[in-house]
Design a protein around this ligand. Structure first.
Ligand code: FES
Length: 116
């Protein structure tokens, strides 16, 4: 498999993961919080830590390799692995479910203060 094929496969899996996670977030109670005001989706980059899953990145962003090469996301929303198990890093491939990755519901006590 060429690098281009592998990237295309990774992006397809990430797209499916992002769609699934977004659907679950939409079904979550409003108290779960949302990243930004309606209509601001194209003006801001938002990163949503999906419970027990990936980081969903929405908005105008770039993903770069360590040498600065742009990895074209091909979409406005991607799912980035934060469990460390994905075989398609930096994208989520759904492996977090198999390893039962868990996150904390609340930020740790030593979390930096929110910026206003
Ligand atoms: S967060 Fe989904 S595979 Fe790591």
């Amino acid at each position: 498999m060429s690098d281009q094929d592998a990237l295309a496969q990774a992006l397809a899996v990430a797209e499916a993961q992002a769609a699934e996670a977004e659907a679950e977030l939409r079904a979550a109670p409003a108290s779960a919080g949302r990243g930004h005001a309606p209509g601001a989706a194209d003006a801001l980059v938002s990163i949503t830590a999906y419970p027990n899953g990936p980081l969903l990145v929405r908005g105008p962003f770039e993903i770069l390799t360590p040498d600065g090469t742009v990895i074209p996301p091909g979409r406005k929303t991607v799912a980035l692995c934060r469990c460390g198990v994905s075989t398609l890093k930096p994208f989520c491939d759904g492996s977090h479910k198999a390893v039962r990755f868990r996150t904390e519901a609340e930020p740790p006590d030593n979390a930096p203060p929110a910026l206003d």
